[in-house]
Design a protein around this ligand. Structure first.
Ligand code: 13P
Length: 244
């Protein structure tokens, strides 16, 4: 079970990437000695391939099923992922909420099943643009966190991803990210909070300075080695500086 020391950068490749891209990226990261600093949440076929081929990278899944096994065509269980030595799973990403109708109770059940199979679940929350414009981000996220985590007595992380920031190049102001982190910590004081939404090499350093933030969940920029390397380095630099 993963309790401490989770990498600060999570690469969510979504439904992108190829064997060639993975190979290039692993080479690029190894040459910078950064291969252990990222959780690679790859599409399922690439996870199987990476498990066989690369022992030097940390793998994560983008989802798992809430049931242990059974007649669920097209689905993947936590136990299957566990056999590939995967210990991290992103659950309840807004794209799964939108396209696969995932709800908080379902995501919570997935988290429980994942934990029972040795996983550290990373639970996604985040408000729509409408909610943000009304100034209701913190109360919306607080409700999501409460619904997802009430009575959970095992380690997990929260990933705060404002829906309107994903893939748009637009971010909340840094103090707004901090406000949401604070409200998450009021509900779950010791948990790690990641931020996701248009993270790239140009803004990583500022994001890394957000008080209380643990790390980042990166989509588009995680498909480019140079971007990913810069983001990891920004977090390393800020972490080293703040621990001095
Ligand atoms: P982008 O970094 O492409 O905005 O995606 C964020 C995200 O959804 C990560 O899970």
């Amino acid at each position: 079970m993963v309790k401490n020391g989770a990498p600060k950068v999570i690469a969510n490749w979504k439904m992108n990437g190829t064997l060639d891209l993975l190979s290039t990226m692993v080479d690029d990261l190894s040459s910078e000695n950064l291969d252990h600093n990222i959780i690679f949440c790859l599409p399922f076929p690439l996870l199987g391939y990476a498990f066989v081929k690369y022992s030097n990278i940390i793998l994560g899944a983008q989802d798992c099923h809430e049931q242990e096994h059974g007649a669920f065509t097209g689905c993947t269980s936590a136990q299957m992922l566990n056999e590939l030595n995967i210990r991290y799973v992103v659950l309840g990403h807004s794209e799964r909420r939108l396209h696969c109708n995932e709800t908080n109770p379902l995501i919570k059940q997935k988290a429980i099943t994942a934990f029972q199979n040795g996983f550290f679940p990373i639970l996604c929350v985040g408000e729509s643009l409408d909610v943000y414009n009304k100034g209701d981000s913190t109360s919306f996220v607080a409700n999501q966190v409460k619904e997802l985590t009430s009575d959970l007595d095992f380690p997990y992380a929260i990933a705060y991803e404002p829906l309107w920031s994903i893939g748009s190049g637009i971010l909340p102001k840094m103090h707004e990210i901090v406000e949401v982190i604070n409200c998450v910590h009021e509900i779950a004081p010791d948990i790690k909070v990641y931020y996701g939404g248009s993270v790239n090499s140009a803004n990583a350093f500022d994001i890394a300075h957000c008080k209380g933030l643990y790390g980042v969940l990166v989509g588009g920029a995680s498909l480019k080695s140079d971007e990913l390397i810069s983001i990891v380095k920004a977090f390393d630099q800020v972490t080293q500086h703040s621990s001095n």
